[in-house]
Ligand binder design. Structure first.
Ligand SMILES: Nc1ncnc2c1ncn2[C@@H]1O[C@H](COP(=O)(O)OP(=O)(O)OP(=O)(O)O)[C@@H](O)[C@H]1O
Ligand SMILES: [Mg+2]
Length: 481
């Protein structure tokens, strides 16, 4: 306006009013317009206040606009006691220098700025270089009050700083210096409000990651434990099988050797018994009867005969076993065989206060087996139990069918067998019974009989608690004979 109008035109009241109207058609923010001459005299004025005739000579803004050509003030109260700011431009026209000065209503200005207030905690305002508010702000303070914002922390362009406002709230400030004036446009928000959805997303993410890690750890733990348990179980089964294999190998070798030895001993025994008979016959003659050593000879010969008899019994057992290696197959009712065996031993047990209890399964099928051999096994096991208990106790004989097998257990509450001895109970000639009482062949023969049937025989025992012998035999139906 200053450039397109001359001084003469502008000091005309009518023209200046018209100019203000034109200006407000564009912006609507101009409160008044005035013309001031180079001596500071307000010559023309259109606006709500009575400023005509006032003199500004010597005032800072007047000096600045005269020297620099343009002046934009900060918001101030001035003569009219209302916040406003002015824009003044000076123009050189021939020998005269004059000033066109307009007042701007900061409220209109603030309206534009406040449009940038977002959300419940958002604020936007303008401050000058000293941090004084140039527009009203929502939370920071009223116009012309101090915003307490460190202006120095805002650099060129748009910069962002974060500050606590003393109420444990973090505020995020974005500031940008305006182009033609050292005013800072500030937009602020509460960090938590601003970041709320971000935090929520982050929390969900952290939750998902933690849950994922937990799931992975649990799965790994679970599968490892399962695998380890399976491996241990497999190991155990393998060890058991190995032990069984070693046992049966050992017993087979021992068996062969024992049978051979038995054979070799049989002949010398026959000669010895024949010769002792001959010696007895000779002793009956008169000349020996009168000998002072007659009785000594007689008891010695008797002792020889007793011991030979014992040796023959052992040999007989072993050879009998060897001869009966091939079993005769017939229809066998296992429960009936067990009952018969108990009948045989019951009297002997009762004398010693031993109770033999039978717990027999009803669903056992008739199988193809050698009844005499099976009875020999049961006899061995039950009489071993009676011997072990000695006096007073319980023997439990159980039979069960599990899938394609029959399980028979003989359990006693005798003294049990030590771990070391458990390894040897099936060995031939292993006995703890006094000389002349046991041959140590009972379990060995029994073991071999069951093994020939395709079954297994095992011993479990705990010293002081009792022993349990378990026989597992496959069900061979008589049709398959
Ligand atoms: N139920 C049991 N309780 C404790 N020890 C046992 C039991 N059964 C067997 N034994 C031990 O195993 C050893 C071997 O038994 P096995 O039947 O082979 O021979 P034996 O009974 O000693 O002699 P035999 O059977 O010729 O009379 C026994 O001497 C005994 O020490
Ligand atoms: Mg025995």
């Amino acid at each position: 306006m200053a450039d397109t109008h001359s001084f003469e035109e502008m000091i005309d009241d009518h023209r200046i009013a018209q100019t203000l109207m034109v200006m407000n058609q564009r912006a609507g923010a101009f409160v008044d317009l005035g013309v001031i001459d180079q001596l500071g005299n307000h010559l023309a004025y259109i606006g709500p206040y009575d400023l005509k005739g006032k003199n500004y000579y010597g005032q800072a803004w007047f000096v600045e606009v005269m020297s620099k050509g343009v002046y934009i003030s900060d918001v101030y109260m001035g003569f009219r006691q209302l916040p406003h700011f002015i824009i003044a431009v000076s123009r050189q026209e021939n020998q005269r220098r004059w000033i066109l000065r307009a007042t701007i209503d900061p409220d209109i200005f603030a309206g534009i700025v406040q449009a940038a207030q977002i959300g419940r905690t958002g604020d936007s305002f303008i401050i000058n270089e000293s941090g004084i508010l140039q527009t009203r702000s929502r939370f920071t303070g009223d116009i012309l009050s101090n915003s307490n914002i460190k202006v120095s922390s805002f650099g060129k362009g748009t910069s962002i700083t974060e500050e606590g406002n003393g109420q444990h709230r973090q505020i995020l400030y974005a500031g940008c210096w305006l182009k033609n004036k050292n005013w800072l446009l500030v937009i602020s928000r509460d960090v938590r409000q601003e970041m709320r959805s971000l935090f929520a997303t982050r929390n969900v993410e952290v939750g998902i990651i933690l849950a994922g890690i937990l799931a992975i750890v649990l799965t790994v733990l679970f599968t490892t434990r399962l695998t380890v348990r399976q491996l241990m179980e497999n190991d155990r089964k393998m060890d058991e099988l190995n032990a069984q294999l070693v046992q049966s190998d050992k017993l087979a070798a021992l068996g062969k050797m024992a049978a051979g030895v038995a054979h070799e001993i049989n002949n010398p025994l026959a000669v010895i018994i024949q010769k002792t008979g001959w010696m007895e016959d000779l002793l009956a003659e008169e000349e020996f009867k009168n000998s002072p050593n007659y009785e000594e000879f007689k008891t010695s010969i008797k002792k020889i005969e007793d011991h030979v008899e014992r040796a023959r019994k052992v040999v007989h057992n072993m050879l009998g076993y060897a001869r009966r290696m091939e079993p005769r197959l017939e229809d066998v009712d296992i429960n009936q065989t067990i009952n018969q065996t108990i009948d045989i031993l019951e009297n002997y047990a009762r004398i010693n206060n031993i109770d033999i209890q039978a717990d027999l399964a009803e669903n056992l099928p008739v199988i193809a087996a050698d009844q005499a051999q099976l009875q020999q096994v049961f006899l061995n096991l039950i009489s071993n139990a009676i011997d072990a208990i000695g006096k007073e106790g319980i023997i439990e004989v159980k039979s069960r069918r599990i899938d394609t097998r029959i399980w028979i257990t003989v359990k006693d509450d005798g003294p049990g067998i030590s771990d070391d001895q458990q390894k040897m109970v099936f060995d031939p000639f292993f006995t703890t019974k006094g000389s002349g009482k046991g041959t140590g062949l009972g379990l060995w023969i029994s073991y071999n009989i069951i093994e020939k049937m395709g079954g297994t025989m095992t011993c479990k025992s705990q010293q002081g608690k009792g022993s349990m012998f378990t026989i597992v035999i496959p069900i061979v139906t008589p049709d398959k004979k």
